[in-house]
Structure formats: C-alpha cells, structure tokens
Design a protein around this ligand. Structure first.
Ligand code: DC
Length: 231
C-alpha cells in the first residue's frame, strides 16, 4: 500500500510491526501510534479474543471448521489506543492476557480458515491508513505493501522477564523459567506453522530490543517513520 493523502492533507501511513511475543512490539506500537495520532491495532489481541471465546464455548482448539465459524460470528473490536478489546460487546482486555489464553491464541491461529477471517478484518480496519498494526504476519500477509515495516526481536530470557513483570503487575505470580519455556514453545509454533509463519518480511527494519528501554525503541521507530515521511 502506498502512502495515502488524508482529507486533511497529511500522509497517513500503514506501519507494520512483527516479531515474537514479549519483544516489546505492542508497547512500542501503541506509543508510536499515539505520537503520530494513528490508530493502533494489536492483531494478537484478536487471536486471543477468539481463543478465549473458544475456551468458554468448549470448542476444541483443533476443530478448524468450528473455529472459523466462531470467528465469522464473533464481534471483536479494538478501541481506545488498542488497549481495550471487546468480545461481542464485553470488555475482555484483562481476560485475554492469561497464560491459558496465550496458549489458546497460538493454537487457534494455526488454522488457515481462521486466519482468513482475521486478516480480512484487519485489512478492513487498516485500509484508510494512519495505522500501526502489530502481529506476526502484518508485513508479510496483511499489508505486504505497508509503508514502513519493523521486525522487533529480543533475547528469549529478556522477553520472559518482561512477561513475568507484566503478570506480576497484574497481580499474577509466575515462574520466569516456566514463562521462558512457554515463550520458546510458542515461538517455535508461530514460526514453523505452514500458514503465515512468523518471519522477517522483505524490507523490514530489524530492531533488537534486548538492551533497549521502551522509550528508546519508540524513538528509533519514530526516527525511521519521520525519515520515510520526508522522503
Ligand atoms: O502477540 P500476542 O502474543 O498477543 O499473540 C497471540 C498469539 O496470536 C500468538 O501465539 C501468535 C498469534 N498471532 C498470529 O498468529 N498472527 C498475528 N498477526 C498476531 C498474533
């Protein structure tokens, strides 16, 4: 997708951020979107919401046809700056962040027919530009012609420590070694699945956030976006 000219005259870009979980994508993406006055779409939250619905409804996580039907009949909305996630009108922003839902999201996301429903929804929401999307396949499948693409990565131990701290902040005790094992297992599942595996999109700017503070990640991204806007 080429940069678009919004009614106000400014160029409204599509910015894709992909990478494994805990690399700092959503923190950086949300802050970047706020800075640019763009919409932030956390595509992982959509797979999480569907995973939660499947768990609640007792739909087996390997039942592709039933899950695709569930995806088609489920209303998933991202509001605020992407931090409010609603599932059929219910605010599930907190409920989708548990370890059980993380595992369920990874399992529902392997099914091609589920992905087709999600991708169509994401393309529709981002069509007008002025949007930052974070996920695994944004720069490869959802918006392969995004104006700016980032691939954000970090050392698995560091990512586990961040997840552990987030869970602690939400009042959930966890074991950092167990989190690291789960993260490695999800990385493996997300990057080896046959449909839309996590991979670095051609042209994506690689950012290793292991030793960076969140603000530094945003600053580096903003500098690259501003450069593209001037080009
Ligand atoms: O980014 P996250 O951890 O909230 O994502 C939850 C799961 O959803 C993750 O295991 C991979 C999957 N996902 C995906 O397959 N495609 C996306 N665009 C975003 C997330």
């Amino acid at each position: 997708m080429k940069a678009r000219v919004a009614p106000g005259g400014g160029r409204r870009l599509v910015i894709a951020i992909d990478g494994p979980s805990g690399a700092g994508k959503s923190t950086a993406g949300r802050a970047l979107a706020r800075r640019l006055g763009y919409l932030f779409l956390d595509t992982g939250a959509m797979y999480r919401a569907l995973g939660l619905k499947a768990l609640r409804a007792g739909v087996p996580l390997d039942a592709e046809a039933a899950l695709a039907e569930l995806a088609r009949t489920t209303r998933i909305e991202l509001a605020g700056s992407g931090d409010v996630v609603s599932l059929d009108g219910e605010d599930v922003s907190g409920a989708i962040r548990t370890r059980e839902v993380s595992a369920a999201a990874s399992r529902v996301s392997v099914h091609p027919s589920v992905r087709r429903v999600m991708v169509a929804h994401q393309q529709e929401m981002g069509r007008a530009g002025g949007v930052v999307l974070d996920g695994r396949d944004v720069g490869t499948v959802v918006f392969p012609h995004a104006d700016v693409k980032f691939y954000v990565d970090a050392d698995p131990r560091r990512r586990a420590e961040r997840r552990h701290a987030e869970l602690a902040a939400a009042g959930t005790a966890s074991d950092v070694d167990a989190i690291e094992r789960e993260i490695r297992a999800r990385d493996h599942a997300d990057s080896t699945r046959s449909d839309s595996p996590l991979t670095r999109a051609p042209g994506a700017v690689y950012l290793d956030t292991t030793g960076l503070a969140p603000e530094e990640v945003v600053q580096r991204m903003a500098a690259i976006v501003e450069e593209r806007l001037r080009a």
